[in-house]
Design a protein around this ligand. Structure first.
Ligand code: 11C
Length: 350
């Protein structure tokens, strides 16, 4: 019998992208697709593969008969409900941060470690943070060939990483600064936002319009942010290199959707630009946008809304042996969240 798929958080930002992905697949392996959300959204009708599907309320019985439950909800909801789904016989694939570093929960990127979906003693599989995910297809391909040893990363993260609040805030800020000669005097952008009635309480800790903000996530010890530690810890776990040396600086930029990363990666073995190009070209989920002579490189505006990771500006480091520098862009709501979660479910269904 075809497996039953549940989407928990079906009406949220990532759940909506998930349904879009399902609706645009040529075929899906599922029998029933059950949409689950909070009591507030129960009863709402959403079109899935051409048919009206009524959202049901999150409750233990909602998981009865479900084979795979995809969770696109905040950490605390996943922490409570993914084990409930698992106890009812479903495999829970969780897109929150609740279980990622649990040693009994695999953290999966199908291009890198698909086999881990079978090692799930808790019945839960975790999906990585979108910042980590955006570079994993590229790093996985390079690691298999050259053996990754050290990673220095700067992120350029989109506002939608901070959810609907982040999206709304960036649009409001752009409207407040539009058509004005700002960014010429310290504090003039903040003043314009205040004049437009925007609260000083922002998801970004500083104005994002006409600015970049070297802060993403929450405050952790010794000056690090949660995003920077996630990049370090999750990269180690996905790639299976517990001692991988990682240093990340996570920065928010005034881009709506699509995270970018500048990656400086050092390997055990000698690398070459030609080999790196070949590996990226052979990876079906990567698009290589790297034509130095013709100014071809990836940008968020050209990548948003698509599934692949785009890679460009690939260079062999001049002063560091066995080291490549490159730039990646990936849609943080698709491969960074809904798509990878869905691909884990497809891997399970196979
Ligand atoms: C951001 N990467 O851009 C975050 C959003 O751990 O799933 C995703 C947080 C997470 O703000």
């Amino acid at each position: 019998m075809a497996p039953t798929l549940a989407i928990v958080g079906a009406t949220g930002a990532v759940g909506t992208v998930m349904i879009d992905i399902i609706n645009n697949r040529d075929s899906v392996p599922w029998g029933e697709i059950r949409l689950i959300a909070s009591q507030r959204s129960a009863g709402k009708k959403i079109t899935v593969r051409g048919e009206d599907n009524t959202v049901v309320a999150l409750a233990p019985e909602a998981f009865d008969g479900v084979d795979i439950a995809l969770f696109d909800v905040p950490d605390e909801i996943s922490a409570e409900w993914a084990p409930v789904a698992a106890s009812r016989g479903a495999v829970a694939v969780d897109n929150s941060g609740a279980f990622r570093m649990d040693p009994e929960v695999p953290l999966v990127v199908p291009e890198v470690n698909a086999e881990k979906v079978h090692e799930r003693p808790k019945g839960i599989i975790a999906n990585p943070n979108c910042t980590t995910l955006s570079m994993m297809a590229a790093l996985g391909a390079l690691h298999r060939e050259f053996g990754l040893r050290e990673l220095v990363v700067s992120s350029y993260q989109a506002a939608s990483g901070a959810g609907q609040d982040g999206i709304d805030r960036l649009y409001a800020e752009l409207e407040a600064v539009a058509g004005k000669q700002l960014g010429v005097r310290a504090g003039d952008v903040a003043e314009a936002l205040a004049e437009a009635g925007l609260s000083a309480e922002t998801p970004f800790k500083a104005p994002l319009a006409l600015n970049v903000v070297p802060w993403a996530g929450s405050r952790k010890d010794d000056g690090w942010t949660s995003e920077e530690l996630k990049v370090r810890n999750e990269s180690r776990k996905i790639l299976g290199i517990p001692e991988l040396k990682v240093s990340a600086t996570c920065v928010r930029v005034p881009v709506l959707t699509t995270h970018s990363l500048a990656v400086h990666a050092t390997f055990e073995r000698e690398v070459s630009l030609e080999q790196a190009h070949k590996l990226f070209s052979e990876q079906p989920t990567i698009v290589l946008d790297d034509d130095h002579d013709n100014g071809v490189f990836p940008t968020p505006a050209a990548v948003v809304g698509g599934d692949p990771t785009h890679v460009g500006r690939v260079r062999q480091a001049l002063d560091f042996p066995n080291t490549l520098d490159f730039f990646v862009c990936g849609d943080n709501l698709r491969k960074g969240a809904a798509l990878n979660t869905y691909e884990i479910a497809e891997t399970l269904a196979k």
